[in-house]
Ligand binder design. Structure first.
Ligand SMILES: Nc1ncnc2c1ncn2[C@@H]1O[C@H](COP(=O)(O)OP(=O)(O)OP(=O)(O)O)[C@@H](O)[C@H]1O
Length: 654
């Protein structure tokens, strides 16, 4: 039974007219008016970018008259002029017009004006905020090709391997026609394949692969600590550049910039190696886990804002237990020091209570594999640090792996600042524009949509238990599918996607599932998700970047309907998922189905847990979590500044 409902479309009245997005309230109008002067710089930027369009169109008109041979000659001459004169404003417009013409001839898509504006903003080193589905992939070809034609190596960075490979392949005809080559880095590649891909004019890759490759290069260069020493070594002949993977950090265009540069920047990237010389103390791990199993919540430990803390009673029990173990001549070093034993126990409590199977990790082939909280994908050879991995392996009855030894570490904040020229694009940057400026000195420019959005918001429906929610969603999806509309249901965790799949199966609804366990057929699932009546259940794997192309019959039936089952850590993520529908002026709708057992509610404490309807409490929890994450990022960066810089081998430094 749904407990309350903030405006909703009842299941039994699906043929009623849909509710449009609410008009702004008086308070919202007032707030907009107060904020209006703050947006003036943004308006000025848009006006400035728009002012460059007539020149691009003039060149485009001329290029459209050329036959294929003449266009190829023009490209050659343009390249020569770019290499000789550099990127003058005139050549910039001419290059944009050329890329546009080539995209039209090779892909059948000519950049819209707003995409040209987005491309200009990227070339100037800004964050172009373009609504979801506006064609950022095509937009990125403008600055990427322009920079590559002037001889600058370009990295187009995105959030997952699937998107890196897809975008490189889809845009390759444009680059090829311009005489440029394209590389794509995916996880499975060997060092030689990576080197070749990085040597391309434009390289598509993910942030993780890129930073790990950079760290690997840093280790190669560890004897030549500064650029000067590296140069000296090169002159001496003792440094062979061929062993390096990257060609330095020149121009980066970061797709889904808020995710890559902020959401993922809460933890440093750690390059580690297995340390087989330091075997795992299984007896100690078992002992600590057993002890943690006796600790009760609220008595021995408390959960505060998703973190666990020992209470005074918990500390006392731990001290007594440690004494007993010391008397029995147990592992002296682990139990003797107070800080060490408390830390060990806290790790065990975290392993027991904070990490859930099929939400934070999955067990496959006898191994614990981490699920990336942002992309919903398996991080194949990533492991938790400081004994946590072994504890979880033990709890899951897997063979504990060798502990890790940290070889190098780096935060995204410091990494991206090392690029000589940095730009980004995303559909959701407005609320983090100040942080992007503070951290990366990147300004956000909001680019308007090509066509007004036709997305309709059906509101929020709330439930007491997950089972009620799954039943309701299964019924809803079945009814919409029968009307010919494709339905995408986004769940917060892998376990949720499987529970929902079960409910759909019980009702006899054909559906596809896309999650970390069933990721092999990703391209096929996404390709089928826009067919008439298709039902697709997905974790955040189908969030950012996923482009669901609609069949004509599906578009005529009302377009894709998205059901968001549970709020994510940041409202930006929810908006990205909603952005899978109503793209490029298509029709589409979105609604939320939330439940009293939402994990996000852990973020609230005291009165916050009890005041307001569920959806308001969830929004409050989301806001609290966003604030906490922003604080964590700021703390991490501060801590990082204080560390000695081990890797200043490329780019402009900080
Ligand atoms: N100029 C254009 N003309 C025609 N179709 C276009 C044009 N630009 C983009 N598209 C189409 O629009 C769809 C969405 O493009 P894309 O996936 O790049 O959007 P996006 O802005 O990256 O979305 P997201 O924010 O979800 O990542 C694609 O199917 C693409 O082919």
């Amino acid at each position: 039974m749904a407990v309350s409902s903030i405006p909703r479309t009842p299941v039994d009245a699906l043929d009623r007219p849909e509710r449009h997005i609410d008009p702004p309230t008086t308070l919202e109008r007032l707030w907009r008016w107060v904020r209006a002067p703050l947006h003036l710089p943004d308006r000025f930027q848009r006006w400035r970018l728009r002012a460059a369009l007539p020149a691009i169109h003039r060149h485009a008109g001329r290029l459209a008259m050329l036959d294929d041979v003449a266009l190829n000659d023009h490209i050659l001459s343009l390249r020569r002029r770019l290499l000789a004169d550099g990127l003058t404003p005139r050549l910039r417009c001419e290059t944009f017009a050329t890329v546009r013409e080539v995209a039209w001839r090779e892909l059948g898509m000519a950049h819209h004006d707003v995409q040209l504006m987005g491309g200009l903003a990227l070339l100037e080193g800004r964050i172009a905020e373009m609504p979801t589905g506006e064609g950022k992939t095509l937009t990125a070809t403008l600055p990427a090709a322009t920079a590559a034609l002037t001889g600058v190596p370009v990295h187009v960075i995105t959030v997952n391997d699937y998107l890196a490979a897809r975008d490189a392949e889809a845009m390759q005809p444009v680059y090829r026609r311009l005489g440029l080559n394209v590389g794509a880095i995916v996880h499975e590649m060997s060092p030689d394949q990576r080197r070749t891909a990085y040597r391309a004019d434009v390289t598509y890759c993910t942030n993780k692969e890129l930073v790990f490759d950079y760290l690997r290069d840093g280790r190669e260069l560890s004897h030549d600590r500064t650029p000067l020493l590296a140069h000296a070594a090169r002159l001496k002949g003792s440094l062979d550049d061929r062993r390096l993977l990257l060609r330095g950090l020149h121009f980066a265009i970061v797709d889904e910039a808020d995710s890559v540069m902020l959401d993922e920047a809460r933890t440093p990237l750690i390059l580690s190696g297995r340390d087989s010389n330091d075997p795992v103390d299984i007896a100690l791990i078992d002992d600590v886990l057993a002890l943690a199993g006796q600790f009760r919540e609220d008595e021995h430990f408390v959960r505060e804002k998703s973190q666990l803390h020992l209470t005074e009673a918990g500390r006392q029990v731990l001290a007594e237990q440690a004494e007993r173990r010391l008397e029995a001549r147990g592992n002296q070093s682990a139990w003797l020091g107070r800080a060490r034993r408390e830390w060990l126990l806290q790790q065990a409590l975290v392993a027991r209570h904070q990490f859930q199977r099929d939400r934070h990790y999955l067990v496959r082939d006898g191994q614990v594999q981490i699920i990336d909280e942002h992309s919903g994908r398996v991080l194949a050879d990533r492991r938790w640090e400081q004994g946590l991995q072994q504890m979880i392996e033990r709890l899951e009855g897997c063979e504990p792996s060798d502990p890790n030894r940290t070889l190098a570490r780096l935060t995204y904040q410091r990494f991206f600042r090392r690029y000589q020229h940095l730009a980004g694009m995303t559909g959701t940057a407005d609320e983090v524009r100040h942080e992007l400026w503070r951290t990366y000195r990147l300004r956000v420019v909001a680019i308007p949509p090509h066509k007004p959005s036709q997305r309709r918001d059906w509101g929020v429906t709330t439930f007491n238990t997950p089972n009620e929610r799954w039943d309701w969603i299964a019924r809803r999806a079945g009814e919409l599918s029968a009307q010919g509309r494709p339905v995408l249901i986004a769940t917060v965790s892998l376990a949720d996607s499987e529970a929902l799949s079960l409910a759909l199966g019980e009702r006899g609804h054909d559906h596809a599932v896309l999650n970390a366990r069933q990721d092999a057929e990703e391209a096929k699932v996404v390709a089928a998700a826009g067919r008439r009546g298709a039902i697709t259940v997905a974790t955040s794997m189908a969030g950012r970047g996923t482009d669901i192309a609609l069949e004509t019959a599906a578009r005529d039936a009302g377009g894709l309907h998205v059901i968001i089952a549970g709020l994510h850590d940041a409202s930006r993520v929810d908006r990205q998922i909603a952005g899978r529908c109503a793209r490029q002026g298509d029709p589409g709708s979105v609604e939320w189905a939330v439940c009293e057992s939402e994990p996000l509610l852990d973020e609230l404490r005291g009165w916050q847990r009890h005041v307001g309807v569920l959806h308001q409490r969830l929004k409050r929890a989301q806001h609290e979590r966003e604030k906490r994450h922003a604080r964590e990022r700021a703390r991490l960066l501060d801590a990082d500044w204080n560390e000695a810089d081990q890797l200043g081998f490329s780019g402009r430094g900080e």
